[in-house]
Write a protein that binds this ligand. Sequence first.
Ligand code: NAD
Length: 437
Amino acid sequence: MDKPAKIAPPKGKLGVLLPGMGAVGTTFMAGVELVRSGKAQPVGSLTQMGTIRLGKRTDNRSPLIRDFVALAKLQDLVFGGWDIFPENSYEAAARAGVLEPHHLKEVKAFLSKIKPMPAAFDRNYVKKLDGKNVKKGKTKYDIALQLKADIANFKKKNQCARLVMLWCGSTEIFLAPEEAHSTPEKFEAAMKANHPAIAPSMLYAWAAITSGVPFGNGAPNLTADIPALLQLAQEHGVPVAGKDFKTGQTLLKTVLAPAFKARMLGMNGWFSTNILGNRDGEVLEDPGSFKTKEESKLSVLEYILQPHLYPQLYGKICHKVRINYYPPRGDNKEGWDNIDIFGWLGYPMQIKVDFLCRDSILAAPIVLDLVLFLDLAQRAGMRGIQEWLSFYLKSPMTAPGLYPEHDLFIQLMKLKNTLRWMMGEDLITHLGQEYYD
Ligand SMILES: NC(=O)c1ccc[n+]([C@@H]2O[C@H](COP(=O)([O-])OP(=O)(O)OC[C@H]3O[C@@H](n4cnc5c(N)ncnc54)[C@H](O)[C@@H]3O)[C@@H](O)[C@H]2O)c1
């Protein structure tokens, strides 16, 4: 495939629209404001801190990614979104309890001005939540049209040149693709008929895509990962990425599992458990929402270890994932992993990982990178699923029939090679024969 003909420059303001302005959303916005006012470093963000090697190892060309590709500047980002709770983003951030008081104080004036628009919400899809800041309409289609109007008004009011939407809302119940998701026409008819296959997150995705706005999904909900919306994304020239931010336990899983496979070490089991006390943890107590998350967390090992190719090593793995809502921990999750592996002659070994992490601190830079890269992709004329953004996601979307690549380092290589390809630079294969000729 030829490289994109021309990447439009990132002129003007980029509006960032978040359905769901809770712990992750507010930590992201607060962080951008602290970074652009010179009060903090964008730690964890590849777009802000990462470099990219170009040419040969002997060329010494490793510019910052943000100097290599034309990304929107942090100064040009403006924020908005929707939530079922009417609190402004300062109040929501204070409630989420992620940021220390001194940081909260510094962003109080900025966050207080960001007020969520009434949400498209239905308790049937997130059973543990109930809020008053919710849109009314006879049909799901009416609500989706209201979201489209919100998008247009936000763009006009804030004089944005471009927009990106990223779902940072709660995890909805598990849904499988079905007939109502198969074509744009059937999807629209299903919205008009209030069909249960249409979840609120899908209304946001439909509104964004049909408004020409790139859409990303930070939760494991099905949302845009259905033929109807992917076809619309093609038709409207819209890039999409999802699903589910890869932040803590799964990030480590997709680092460790490729190492065992690379060395042909076998595995009998992997037990992962978590305690967390934020609202996300509370939502995930509902079996419907937990199933969506569980599917997302479970799928990675199967794809990385390829038991069909290595039945002696990975044919009988017991893989379990548990999430326990434990309020005292707030957003500071603890994730334990017990891994039972075996080596030469089948001798067993164990590995224990105890990651005392901060959920939203890990997620916020991913939100930033996805926003900036989705905007870049659109300016480069790339549409539909952006598989090169799998690096950030636990359940990467792929073309039909293609298995997802979960190995973090393959994902990183794919991401960087995509940037090189976009800019007409040589891809890096790591062959390196030329150094020894
Ligand atoms: N933090 C992480 O490490 C991480 C990793 C992967 C995925 N996620 C996912 O990101 C999402 C956000 O996480 P969080 O910790 O910010 O949760 P949170 O509960 O603090 O925030 C989610 C917000 O979404 C709102 N919401 C729910 N349904 C909505 C709707 N239909 N429209 C508008 N708003 C809606 C809720 O009211 C809440 O304020 C969750 O789905 C979570 O599973 C988080």
